[in-house]
Design a protein around this ligand. Structure first.
Ligand SMILES: Nc1nc2c(ncn2[C@@H]2O[C@H](COP(=O)(O)OP(=O)(O)O)[C@@H](O)[C@H]2O)c(=O)[nH]1
Ligand SMILES: [Mg+2]
Length: 382
């Protein structure tokens, strides 16, 4: 068998080269996109089983062979498009260009209507650039236009701090009536950081507040999940129990009657797994003194976050914890989510280090973080 590698600017150019060089019987073994180029591995072997099979089919039915060639071409094109999407190539670039253009038109529109000062326009642009949704940025600017603090409209920093204050006020309304409960559960999609965040909080309450802490894991679903938490529990010298059924949970909770605080870890749920969410809901509505934290990673898209807050809404979670801020460049989606679901955020996680990478938050710190971004995160870390 003869195998060769071809470099070309496009798939059609690569196919031309292969056909010219290896003849029409050559088959494509693989293809991948490199920086601005396509690399195609092609093969030709008159004795190969694959080609023999193609030959037989060719003789049997000329027509169906034509279809199979077209189908394989279409599949190849599809896989190319998927690769572009996966690598965030041209697809992501086009999306970004589209967003930037639409933003530009928005800004021009705002400036042209003559009623909005340049500093408000700049603040609007800034809010969008940190990830606040257009709709919410517009609402904030509208509110600011009617606010006495916009009297000094040419001062950008003054206007920005007024917007930050508005965000703070609006988020603060969700922090009322939020007393701490004895049992704290952690729910959310898989891999968002539930177990890691639970371990950070356990350490904080154990060493910082000298509380008698107990840990329960209901995650018997993922391989290694029990061991992962047990390692943390052992290091801290905290008791940990496994409970995957309602009866076991009741037994373990009785066993932990002396604990000041009990943290319950749950398995991550894939989308559409409503039955297990209903099960969790049933466990968590046994009249227990319980609060539920929905854990969301900042590395997830805004769409995935909104999807998770809707799906986990069944459980009636009380708070949201955002994780992986260290892996995120902008934090506007925190405001979008809080504004959408009306739940408070008491903690954010910004790293894999247990227990250090966890910060207590309030509406003022959150508003500062959203408006000022990484600069504020660094200050929190310091
Ligand atoms: N960079 C970063 N990684 C994190 C953070 N929190 C958790 N992780 C990592 O994310 C992965 C999944 O975390 P895990 O707690 O097992 O997620 P779970 O499936 O929701 O329990 C692990 O590799 C963690 O170390 C964070 O704040 N920042
Ligand atoms: Mg886990």
């Amino acid at each position: 068998m003869q195998i060769k590698r071809y470099d070309a600017l496009s798939i059609s150019k690569a196919m031309e080269k292969i056909k010219a060089d290896m003849g029409p019987d050559a088959i494509v073994l693989s293809s991948r996109r490199l920086k601005g180029r396509i690399e195609v591995i092609a093969a030709r072997d008159d004795n190969s089983e694959i080609l023999k099979e193609i030959e037989v089919k060719k003789c049997e039915k000329e027509e169906s062979d034509t279809f199979s060639i077209i189908r394989s071409d279409v599949n190849e094109l599809k896989s190319f498009i998927m690769d572009f999407k996966k690598e965030g190539g041209i697809y992501a670039e086009l999306t970004e260009i589209k967003e930037t253009m639409s933003l530009l038109f928005d800004v021009l529109g705002i400036q042209n209507n003559g009623r909005v000062s340049s500093s408000l326009t700049t603040v609007y642009y800034h809010l969008i650039s940190v990830g606040v949704s257009k709709q919410r940025a517009c609402a904030l600017i509208e509110e600011l236009k009617n606010d006495s603090r916009a009297e000094n409209p040419e001062n950008y920093h003054y206007t920005l701090s007024a917007v930050e204050d508005m965000m703070k006020q609006s988020m603060a309304s969700y922090y009322r009536n939020t007393g701490k409960k004895r049992i704290s559960t952690f729910v959310g999609p898989a891999g968002e950081g539930k177990t890691t965040t639970l371990a950070k909080l356990a350490a904080r309450w154990l060493f910082g507040e000298k509380l008698n802490v107990g840990i329960i894991t209901m995650d018997t679903y993922r391989i290694g999940a029990v061991e992962q938490l047990k390692r943390y529990a052992d290091i801290m010298g905290v008791s940990m129990e496994v409970a995957s059924e309602k009866k076991e949970l009741e037994r373990v909770l009785n066993k932990f009657a002396d604990k000041d605080i009990i943290l319950i870890d749950t398995p991550g749920k894939s989308s559409g797994d409503e039955s297990s969410l209903l099960k969790l809901k049933e466990y968590f509505t046994m009249g227990l003194p319980l609060e539920t934290n929905l854990v969301l990673s900042m590395t997830s898209s805004q769409e995935s976050m909104m999807d998770a807050v809707a799906r986990f809404g069944i459980i009636n979670y009380n708070n949201i914890i955002f994780t992986k801020l260290d892996d995120s460049k902008k934090f506007g989606s925190i405001y979008n989510v809080i504004d959408h679901v009306g739940k408070p955020v008491f903690y954010i996680a910004n790293g894999q280090n247990v227990p250090l990478d966890l910060n207590k938050m309030d509406p003022a710190k959150l508003a500062r973080l959203i408006v000022s971004g990484r600069q504020t995160l660094r200050r929190l870390e310091g």
